[in-house]
Design a binder for this molecule. Structure first.
Ligand code: URA
Length: 210
């Protein structure tokens, strides 16, 4: 699939399998989600632009040492499960600014309703990374990206733990410019729109509200 990166590093796959297990506790699930986020963040940032600075080492040698060019990022978790990915990303990139988008699904109309939206004031100067563990139908992802585009960040990418082919297709139809990073792509959705075989309800498992 175009613009989709599946991170199949052994540590990522191992941790994803632990998250899938139904007996994994809330505390363990939370830790795994944070750890997976760090590992995904490592891959997402793989092609960050570099420059060099002249430095002197303790041994008195000078060298041109590679350092990151300033690339300003904004992390945008979708509430509430996206918050479980935030800490891991902030550990890697502690100077990122953070926005939040709160969305819920209206069961009567099946439409996505926004209940919270706050992003950094200088978002136009930043590259946005939308964080949401599950890309299921893609409805929330499309709503979040559409809303974010109104604020004109320099670019938008999406990081999830698990994606369904339906969600990827829907997102690509609406926002072909968005790259998706994920630890896995599962078979599809069940009648309740859960990803199968999946990891269950990510928000409930993260916060122990099952
Ligand atoms: N959201 C979840 O938390 N889990 C799914 O399987 C689908 C959407």
């Amino acid at each position: 699939m175009k613009n989709v990166h599946v991170i199949n590093h052994p540590l990522v796959q191992h941790k994803l399998s632990l998250m899938r297990m139904k007996d994994t506790s809330t505390g363990k699930f939370r830790t795994l989600l944070r750890e997976l986020s760090i590992l995904l963040g490592y891959e997402v940032t793989r092609n960050m632009p570099m420059t060099s600075v002249r430095i002197e080492t303790p041994l008195g040698y000078e060298m041109d040492a590679p350092v990151l060019q300033k690339k300003k990022m904004a992390l945008i978790p979708i509430l509430r499960a996206g918050n479980g990915m935030l800490e891991g990303f902030l550990q890697l990139m502690p100077t990122c600014k953070v926005g939040h988008i709160g969305l819920y699904r209206d069961v009567q109309t099946a439409s996505v309703v926004e209940y919270y939206f706050k992003v950094p004031k200088d978002i136009k100067t930043r590259h946005a990374l939308v964080l949401d563990p599950m890309l299921a139908t893609g409805y929330s992802a499309v709503a979040a990206v559409s809303r974010l585009k109104e604020k004109q960040p320099k670019s938008i990418d999406l990081v999830c733990i698990l994606a369904a082919p339906e969600g990827i297709r829907y997102l690509q139809e609406h926002h072909p410019d968005v790259t998706v990073y994920t630890a896995g792509i599962d078979e599809g959705l069940d009648e309740k729109k859960y990803i199968i075989p999946g990891i269950g309800d990510a928000g409930d498992r993260l916060y122990g509200t099952l």
